[in-house]
Design a protein around this ligand. Structure first.
Ligand SMILES: Cc1cc2nc3c(=O)[nH]c(=O)nc-3n(C[C@H](O)[C@H](O)[C@H](O)COP(=O)(O)OP(=O)(O)OC[C@H]3O[C@@H](n4cnc5c(N)ncnc54)[C@H](O)[C@@H]3O)c2cc1C
Length: 379
């Protein structure tokens, strides 16, 4: 077992840290307040290779390992979780899904521009009546010979308006249940496809979360990913990897809040000394640092298993379950350490606390992670 990062991994971490400090930090409070998507910054992330990190270089990707991805996600999420969720969806749901299961034509047409950020991707599984229970898809993809006729509504779609490539899960044959589900690549601009309302959210307010409506959208057969009926398996397999991204996002939110709290505790004086000299504060910092380190190790373990092409489903679910709880606990304590200043926007920790909550909800709630983990334990 080797806990040392390679030089390449350290360089990725450093590049992500510098990018977050110089490009994301200025304006992050305003973007949160005005619910503005960090478009310019995300473009630069694409230019720097952060949007297709693990994609094979022959498809314009960075060819990096998943540990490097965890490191970059942590650094970006410390500063701007709205930018990092865009990065996570593009890397681990959309690019990874197409690279692993797509045809050569799909990779040429869609993966190449997605890996550079020239195009942004979205992953569309959830519906008004199908969240945790993703098998109860109401969106239909009717087989019409050379194309599918897509009808229905998707909810809560990250990158909903910014994206131009959408992986849309839909039911083709209801009698076959989840084996009758397909995943189709839908392009913005296809007739009958409309981006719906933007959600006004508690956190990750810079991320554009939208509903999507499909009315008789003709999607060519060659845009189906995998064989007929593979859509549900595709979605579950892709979400397994996605959870490493969201676990790393949670880790970054937690470590960002911890770093702010540590620095503040050394500056703020109460009862004649820095608050860091009070044992109650020291113990909070000790708990935060220990839990963050444990979350980081779980992320690394899941990433390592994925890179070794071993089964990482349970490890990814454990990493997400634990890191998202650490994100909640740490950000609440970071606000507490800041006292009244923690409750106002200038000090960043209240935003991190609001951002943390989503990591317990999307890409499978914490309850669903426990189902995934216990299923593995009991099989
Ligand atoms: C900001 C944001 C961005 C999102 N981005 C995307 C995206 O890009 N693409 C996408 O497809 N989806 C996205 N989602 C949707 C997200 O994945 C779902 O909200 C999530 O899976 C939960 O589904 P639900 O909201 O329908 O809750 P429900 O499934 O209705 O769950 C409600 C509660 O019941 C619990 N519960 C449900 N079933 C069980 C069970 N069997 N045992 C125990 N407890 C259970 C849940 O854990 C939860 O606490 C996003 C959501 C948000 C809020």
């Amino acid at each position: 077992m080797n806990f040392e990062l390679t030089e390449e991994q350290l360089a990725v971490q450093q590049a992500a840290r510098e990018f977050a400090q110089t490009e994301l930090l200025p304006g992050v409070i305003e973007r949160d307040e005005t619910q503005t998507f960090p478009l310019e910054q995300v473009k630069k992330m694409g230019e720097l290779g952060f949007l297709g990190m693990m994609v094979d270089p022959k498809y314009n990707g960075g060819g990096m390992d998943t540990i490097s991805y965890v490191l970059a996600m942590e650094e970006i999420s410390k500063i701007d979780a709205s930018a990092s969720v865009c990065m996570s969806v593009n890397n681990s749901l959309v690019c990874w899904g197409i690279e692993k299961y797509g045809t050569e034509e799909q990779k040429e047409k869609y993966l190449k521009p997605l890996a550079t950020g020239e195009k942004i991707g979205a992953f569309c599984l959830s519906e008004p009546e199908a969240g945790s229970d993703a098998t109860s898809q109401q969106t239909t993809a009717e087989d019409r010979g050379d194309h599918y006729l897509l009808n229905g509504t998707k909810n809560w779609i990250t990158n909903g308006n910014t994206a131009s490539v959408y992986l849309v899960v839909a039911q083709t044959d209801r009698e076959k249940g989840h084996k009758g589900i397909n995943c189709l690549i839908v392009e913005k601009g296809m007739e009958g496809f409309v981006v719906g309302k933007k959600e006004n959210k508690l956190g990750i307010r810079g991320s554009d979360t939208h509903s999507l409506m499909f009315t008789d959208v003709k999607v060519p057969k060659e845009n189906r990913i995998g064989d007929d009926g593979f859509g549900f398996k595709f979605a579950m397999s892709t979400l397994n990897g996605g959870r490493i991204g969201i676990a790393s996002q949670a880790l970054g939110i937690a470590s960002g809040a911890y770093e702010l709290a540590l620095a503040y505790s050394k500056e703020r004086k109460a009862f004649g000394k820095p608050i860091s000299q009070h044992q109650a504060i020291q113990f909070k910092l000790a708990d935060m640092a220990t839990e963050i380190e444990a979350a980081r190790l779980l992320c690394f373990k899941a990433a390592h298993l994925k890179d070794q092409k071993k089964d990482f489903g349970k490890a990814g679910a454990m990493a997400k379950l634990f890191a998202s709880k650490v994100a909640m606990d740490t950000t609440i304590e970071a606000v507490q350490i800041h006292g009244g200043y923690g409750y106002v926007k200038e000090y960043h920790v209240e935003r991190l606390m609001r951002d943390a909550k989503i990591t317990q909800i999307y890409e499978g709630t914490s309850e669903i992670q426990k189902i995934v983990i216990s299923r593995e334990l009991l099989k």
